[in-house]
Write a protein that binds this ligand. Structure first.
Ligand SMILES: Nc1ncnc2c1ncn2[C@@H]1O[C@H](COP(=O)(O)OP(=O)(O)OP(=O)(O)O)[C@@H](O)[C@H]1O
Length: 795
C-alpha cells in the first residue's frame, strides 16, 4: 500500500452486505450485427452487461460461415441484425432482418452515439478523431464493418437497451470499444461438446432453479478458479477463442510460470483475496451515473478501488519484465488513490446504512455539520417543549410528545382517549387536528408552528446538502472512469492467469513449449478430467510429425481406452492454445489452426438427423476444412452402418488424407474395423503409424492396461466384455459360434487370405479368460477341419 494509504480504512472494517446491486448481471442482452459480402464478414455486437461495443474488422470466412457460427455459439446473442439484401449464405443463419446498413447512415449513427466518457459539449469534428482512435474508420475493409455497426446502433437505440427509466432523449450508453479477436483456432460445437470443454447442467437445487445452469464436470469447471465473476467471464471467452498468437500465449505463460514458483505462493494468496473484492466496474459505474446510487454501490466502489490499490502495491514488488505486471503498475494510477481517499473522507457508511441513503461524514461541510448538530440536540429540546405544552393541554391528557415528520413539520402527539370515537370528538380547542395513527392523535399547535418557522425543514435541508456533496463526488469518480475500466480488464486477466496457475499447481501440470512448427509431442500425458475421477490413471505419449507419423490408426479391444486417448490429445492441445499448462510430463505443441472431430456428442433427436448422418456430416466437415496444421480426432467412424460400407468409407477417407502428404493433418483415429489393417486396405505412407492398447490375461480375467504401444490389435474381445458386463454365458457362447461359422463361410466364399483365419484363432486364444468361450475355439477348429482346409494355407 502507498505511503498515504493509512488514510484509507480497510473496507472490511465496515462489513456490511453489498447486495446483488453491484454484481447484478441483470438482463444481459447481446445484439449482434453481421454483414457478409464476397466471402468477407464484418460484425459488431453490443453487450448491455458492460455497455461495451465490440467489433471485428473484416475477416475472410468460408462459405459455411464458420467464423460466424462460432461467434454465435460463443455469444448466444438475443438478437441478430443484418441487412435484408444479404447474401443467401447469411440468410440461412439469421432469421431477424434489419435494413439499417447504409454506409453514410452508419457513420452518422456512430457519431451521434451516446458516449458518457466524452464531455457533452464535444462537437462532431472533435468526436471523429476520438472514434478513429477506437475504431479504424479509415480502413477500407471497415466500410462493411461500419455498416454492421450502423444496423446495430439503430436496433439498440430503438429498444433502449441498457436504459432503465432515463429520459427518452438519453442515448444508449457506450462505455468502451473492444476488438473481437479474429486470430482464433477453429473448434466446432461438436468438438467442444465431445471433449467436455463446457458442460452445463440444470442446477439441482429447487431454490436455485431460477439461476439456470451450473457447470458440470468439464475442463472449464476444472480450470475456472477465478475469484471474480468478470474473471470467470473472461476465462470463458478465452475458452471460446483459443488462439495461435504466440505473443498472447507467451504473455499468459510468463504469468503462470511466476505464480507456480513456490517462492511466490504468498503473493498469489494475497492477490487472490484482493481479487475477490473487485466488483464489476462497468455495472458500478453505470449505476453510479444514475441520479441517486444506492449505498451498496458506494460500498462496492470503495471496496473495489481499495483492493485495486492493494493489488497495485503487491504487483509493484514483482518482476516488471513480466508484461502484465508492468501494465498493472503503470495503469493503476494515482487516480485510484484519489477516488478511494475521496470516498473514504466523504461517505459515512454506517450512517448511510442506518438511514438507507447517502450521508456525509463530519468535517466535510460545516453547514451540514451545523444542521446535524441541531438535529442531534432536537430530542432533548423537543422533550422540554412537550413538557411545557402538557401544562397548557386539556387535563384529560396525562402525556404528550412533540414529533418531527419530514415535509409535514413538527406536531403535537397525544394518545387517543376512549371517548374519542369520531372526527368531531378529536377536535381540541386551540389545536388543529392533522391525522390519527395507531391510536395517537396529531395536532399542530401555536408552538409547533413556531418550531416550523424557527428550525425549518432541517432534515430535508440536510438531505439536499448531502445530495449536492454526493453529486460532486459522483462527477469526480466518473471523470476518472478510464482508469477504472483498465483496472477491470487487467484484474480480469490477472484473475484468469492466477486461476490457471492454481489449477496447474493442484493437478501437477507442465508448461508446454509452443512452437510454430508442425510437431505435437505429449510425453506421458493424461486426460485432465478422467485423472480426477479414477484412482490410477495410466499416462501415455503421443508424438505426431511428418517424420514420426502424422496419421495414427489406433485399434484395441472395446473399453481399452481408445476414446480417452483421443480426447486427452484434443484437450491438451486445446489447453495449450488458451495459454494454460497441460497434464503431461513434457509437451511440445506446434500451434494448430483447428481441432476437428468425429465423435459421438449429439443425440440424433436433438438435431433431426440420423446417427449415421451426424457421423458423416462431421467427417465431411473434417475432410473439407482441415489443413496440414489441423488436429483431427476420429473415433469409430463408420460403425453406424453396414460393416462393409462403413469400412469402405473409412478407408477412402483415410487414404485421401494420406495422399495429401504434407497437407495431411495430425490425424488420430480409433477403429474397431481391424480388417482395415488386416486386409491391407491402407496406402503405404511414411505418415502412417499403427497403435494399439495393451491388455493382459491375468488368471481368468482380461485386464486393461491402458498403455498405448505400436502395433495392431487382433480382436475386439467383445465376447469377454459382454461376459464382464453380465450377458448370460450361453448367449455369449452362441454369439461366438455364429460369428465363426459365418467367418469361415465368408472366407471360403471370398477366398479371404488365410492369415486372417490364423489371426482369428489367435484372438480366440486370447479368450482363455472364459472357459465357455474357449470352447468356441474348438468349434472353430472343428469347422476348419471339416472343410478340409490345408494347414499350410493358413500358416
Ligand atoms: N489411461 C487410462 N487410465 C486409466 N483408466 C483408463 C484409461 N483410459 C481409459 N480408462 C478407463 O477405461 C474406460 C473405457 O475407456 P474408453 O471409453 O476410452 O474405451 P474405448 O476403447 O474407446 O472403448 P469402446 O471401443 O468400447 O468405445 C474409461 O471410462 C476409463 O474408466
Amino acid at each position: 500500500m502507498s505511503e498515504d494509504s493509512n488514510i484509507l480504512q480497510e473496507p472490511e472494517s465496515r462489513a456490511v452486505s453489498i447486495n446483488e446491486d453491484v454484481e447484478d448481471e441483470g438482463n444481459r442482452e447481446i445484439f449482434l450485427s453481421v454483414f457478409v459480402q464476397q466471402g468477407q464478414i464484418g460484425l459488431s455486437y453490443y453487450d448491455s452487461h458492460d455497455y461495451s461495443l465490440h467489433f471485428m474488422p473484416d475477416t475472410m470466412d468460408n462459405s459455411d460461415l464458420h467464423l460466424l457460427d462460432r461467434v454465435i455459439q460463443e455469444l448466444s446473442p438475443n438478437v441478430i441484425i443484418t441487412s435484408a439484401k444479404q447474401e443467401h449464405s447469411l440468410t440461412q443463419f439469421i432469421e431477424k432482418l434489419g435494413k439499417h446498413f447504409s454506409l453514410e447512415v452508419s457513420k452518422q449513427r456512430l457519431l451521434s452515439a451516446h458516449l458518457p466518457s466524452l464531455p457533452p459539449t464535444i462537437t462532431e469534428s472533435e468526436k471523429i478523431p476520438y472514434l478513429s482512435s477506437c475504431i479504424p474508420l479509415d480502413s477500407v475493409l471497415m466500410v462493411r464493418h461500419q455498416r454492421s455497426i450502423g444496423g446495430l446502433l439503430k436496433c439498440v437505440e430503438r429498444r433502449s437497451v441498457g436504459l432503465d427509466l432515463e429520459d427518452s432523449s438519453t442515448g444508449v450508453p457506450i462505455l468502451q470499444f473492444l476488438t473481437y479477436t479474429k486470430d482464433v483456432v477453429y473448434i466446432d460445437r461438436d468438438t467442444y461438446s465431445a471433449l467436455q470443454i463446457f458442460k452445463s447442467e440444470l442446477h439441482p437445487s429447487v431454490f436455485k432453479l431460477h439461476s439456470g445452469e451450473k457447470e458440470g464436470l468439464s475442463l472449464y469447471g476444472v480450470l475456472n478458479r477465478c475469484r471474480s465473476k468478470f474473471g470467470s467471464l473472461l476465462l470463458r471467452q478465452w475458452f471460446h477463442r483459443p488462439t495461435r498468437d504466440l505473443n498472447i500465449l507467451k504473455r499468459r505463460q510468463e504469468v503462470i510460470r511466476f505464480f507456480t514458483a513456490p517462492r511466490n505462493f504468498a503473493d498469489l494468496n494475497t492477490l487472490q483475496s484482493c481479487l475477490r473484492n473487485i466488483k464489476n466496474i462497468s455495472t458500478l459505474l453505470h449505476k453510479m451515473s444514475s441520479s441517486n446510487p444506492k449505498v451498496a454501490i458506494w460500498q462496492g466502489l470503495y471496496k473495489t478501488v481499495y483492493s485495486a490499490l492493494c493489488i497495485r502495491d503487491t504487483v509493484r514488488s514483482m518482476p516488471q519484465c513480466i508484461h502484465l505486471f508492468s501494465e498493472i503498475s503503470q495503469n493503476f494510477t494515482d487516480d485510484l488513490f484519489y477516488i478511494a481517499t475521496y470516498i473514504s473522507k466523504v461517505v459515512d457508511f454506517e450512517g448511510s446504512i442506518a438511514e438507507n441513503r447517502f450521508t456525509v461524514r463530519p468535517n466535510v461541510d460545516p453547514v451540514i455539520d451545523e444542521k446535524k448538530r441541531k438535529m442531534m440536540g432536537l430530542p432533548d429540546f423537543l422533550t422540554d417543549v412537550a413538557r411545557a405544552e402538557l401544562e397548557n393541554l386539556d387535563p384529560r391528557f396525562s402525556t404528550c410528545s412533540i414529533i418531527y415528520i419530514p415535509l409535514i413539520g413538527f406536531l403535537l402527539s397525544v394518545p387517543r382517549l376512549p371517548n374519542m370515537l369520531d372526527k368531531q370528538s378529536f377536535e381540541i380547542e386551540g389545536l388543529d387536528f392533522i391525522f390519527l395513527s395507531k391510536d395517537q392523535l396529531h395536532y399542530r399547535s401555536t408552538r409547533t408552528k413556531e418550531l416550523d418557522s424557527m428550525l425549518g425543514d432541517l432534515h430535508c435541508d440536510t438531505i439536499d446538502l448531502e445530495m449536492a456533496v454526493m453529486r460532486k463526488l459522483q462527477a469526480s469518480v466518473l471523470q476518472r472512469s478510464d482508469c477504472l475500466y483498465k483496472v477491470m480488464s487487467l484484474c480480469a486477466e490477472l484473475d484468469c492467469l492466477i486461476a490457471l496457475a492454481q489449477a496447474s499447481l493442484d493437478h501437477g501440470y507442465c508448461c508446454p513449449t509452443l512452437t510454430p512448427n508442425h510437431r505435437l509431442a505429449l510425453i506421458e500425458s493424461r486426460h485432465p478430467l478422467l485423472e480426477l475421477c479414477t484412482p490410477v490413471f495410466v499416462s501415455n505419449t503421443y508424438i505426431s510429425s511428418e517424420t514420426e507419423g502424422k496419421v495414427k490408426v489406433i485399434t484395441g479391444p472395446n473399453s481399452s481406452g481408445k476414446s480417452i486417448y483421443l480426447k486427452q490429445v484434443g484437450l491438451i492441445v486445446f489447453m495449450a492454445l488458451i495459454g494454460s499448462d497441460v497434464p503431461a510430463k513434457e509437451a511440445e505443441i506446434g500451434l494448430v489452426d483447428g481441432i476437428f472431430s468425429r465423435m459421438h456428442s449429439r443425440e440424433s433427436v436433438s438435431v433431426g438427423l440420423s446417427t449415421f448422418m451426424i457421423d458423416v456430416n462431421q467427417m465431411t466437415h473434417s475432410l473439407n476444412h482441415s489443413t496440414g496444421d489441423s488436429l483431427v480426432l476420429v473415433d469409430e467412424f463408420g460403425k453406424g452402418t453396414n460393416t462393409v460400407d462403413g469400412l469402405s468409407l473409412l478407408t477412402a477417407c483415410l487414404n485421401h488424407w494420406l495422399r495429401r502428404g504434407p497437407q495431411c493433418p495430425h490425424l488420430l483415429m480409433s477403429t474397431c474395423f481391424h480388417s482395415l489393417i488386416q486386409l491391407g486396405l491402407l496406402s503405404d505412407s511414411p505418415l502412417l503409424a499403427l497403435l494399439t492398447l495393451e491388455t493382459a490375461i491375468e488368471g481368468e480375467e482380461l485386464v486393461f492396461l491402458y498403455q498405448v504401444k505400436n502395433g495392431i490389435c487382433q480382436s475386439s474381445c467383445a465376447a469377454n466384455i459382454a461376459t464382464l458386463a453380465g450377458i448370460p454365458d450361453d448367449l455369449v457362447k452362441r454369439g461366438v459360434e455364429v460369428l465363426y461359422s459365418h467367418f469361415l463361410y465368408s472366407s471360403q466364399m471370398w477366398d479371404i487370405p488365410c492369415y486372417l483365419l490364423v489371426s482369428t484363432i489367435k484372438a480366440l486364444h486370447c479368450l482363455r479368460a472364459n472357459k465357455k468361450i474357449l470352447d468356441s475355439k474348438n468349434i472353430c477348429i472343428h469347422i476348419l477341419k471339416t472343410r478340409r482346409l490345408q494347414k499350410d494355407r493358413y500358416q
